[in-house]
Design a protein around this ligand. Structure first.
Ligand SMILES: Cc1ncc(COP(=O)(O)O)c(C=O)c1O
Length: 361
């Protein structure tokens, strides 16, 4: 197959020519010693943009989330998180492995929640219980459905958490998607929380890199954690230059990805055997279900693969498709045509392989 349309994730984007030039031209130094001017500039810009005191560059979103946990928690503490939250589900058990921290999970619509959802699992301070230290948010939500926290709902919960003496951390892997779709400025939401992790390797199209933003004290602690975890890079300015380039060139275009996602959702709604609520598609993540009578999610994944389109199975019936920088409006249309074609053939007759790389439950 010559050209695949890869909708598995926005992490599959390749750096553009302009981004590669910025990386090649980056002024660099030894970041572990605080001497990389490009990393320093990125950290300064991110702290300023988000209205916080400081920031620290990290290798991945997993690392910067865990640096957030590091900044707030110690062994024996617990963090509170939505049951679909990335930190609890997809980071290899890192809160337990790295920090000795347990995760207490609760429900809520679309990966988001209300005060009552968190209160339902909150226990009193008592020697029997772990110390509840941190409340984690995700914005946009991933497994929750690519949903965007409304500012008002977010403020209600984060204010309540602060009044309770809880620390707050946002997994903002796709935070700029949230700001674009939710129509708010980054600092408007971040004002109400302690730390946020933001990824450059997703919607923003960089090869790697994330940033944790917070108070000076929290970031000092996180920086120490980064060293201990082996995440202190040297001439990291090459990656920071890509991130700065993305801040300058790739923020406004996120709205294109959201438009493409809406196109996809509206098309999918018209295809027999699939179900989707197009109103729930708010950002670049499109979740939909293969109806049981028609087949399984993995059968559709395989059927699409043979038609030049890659998507992810995220449950027996659930599919995730993600629009991004490397997907044009035309390719969105082609992907939709492929889905229509796959569904008009007999999906149930698609033979499954024992394991394949397109499932992520
Ligand atoms: C919501 C969310 N948080 C964190 C991460 C982790 O990022 P990374 O893969 O860079 O560790 C991801 C990755 O897909 C994500 O979707």
């Amino acid at each position: 197959m010559s050209h695949m349309i890869d909708l598995r994730s926005d992490t599959v984007t390749k750096p553009t020519a302009g981004m590669r030039q910025a990386m090649a031209a980056a002024e660099v130094g030894d970041d572990m010693w605080g001497e990389d001017p490009t990393v320093n500039e990125l950290e300064r810009r991110m702290a300023e943009l988000l209205g916080k005191e400081a920031a620290v560059f990290a290798c991945t979103g997993t690392q910067s989330n865990q640096l957030g946990v590091w900044a707030h928690c110690r062994a024996g503490d617990e963090l509170l998180i939505h049951k679909d939250g990335h930190i609890a589900n997809y980071e290899g058990g890192a809160p337990a492995v790295i920090h000795g921290v347990t995760c207490r999970m609760f429900g809520g619509s679309g990966g988001m929640f209300e005060v009552a959802d968190v209160e339902s699992v909150l226990h009193p301070v008592d020697q029997h219980f772990p110390m509840t230290r941190l409340l984690c948010f995700e914005n946009t939500t991933n497994k929750g459905g690519g949903r965007v926290w409304p500012l008002e709902q977010f403020r209600n919960v984060s204010n309540w958490a602060r009044e309770r003496g809880l620390k707050t951390h946002v997994d903002g892997a796709r935070f700029f998607n949230a700001c674009t779709a939710g129509n708010y400025q980054p600092a408007e939401l971040v004002e109400f929380i302690d730390t946020i992790s933001i990824c450059f390797s997703k919607g923003l199209g960089c090869p790697f890199g994330s940033v944790l933003v917070g108070s000076q004290d929290e970031i000092d602690r996180a920086r120490r954690g980064r060293k201990i975890l082996g995440g202190s890079l040297r001439q990291a300015g090459i990656a920071a230059a890509a991130a700065i380039y993305a801040l300058d060139h790739h923020l406004e275009r996120l709205a294109d990805d959201h438009r493409h996602a809406t196109l996809l959702a509206e098309g999918i709604q018209k295809i027999d055997g699939l179900s989707i609520d197009p109103d729930s598609v708010e950002s670049n993540l499109v979740f939909f279900d293969v109806e049981e009578d028609a087949g399984t999610a993995e059968q559709l994944v395989m059927a699409l693969l043979s038609r030049g389109v890659k998507v992810l199975a995220m449950g027996n019936q659930r599919i995730r498709a993600c629009t991004h920088l490397d997907i044009s409006a035309d390719e969105t249309q082609q992907a939709l045509d492929a889905v229509r074609d796959a569904m008009s053939a007999d999906l149930k007759s698609v033979e499954m392989q024992e394991s394949h790389p397109y499932a992520y439950r």
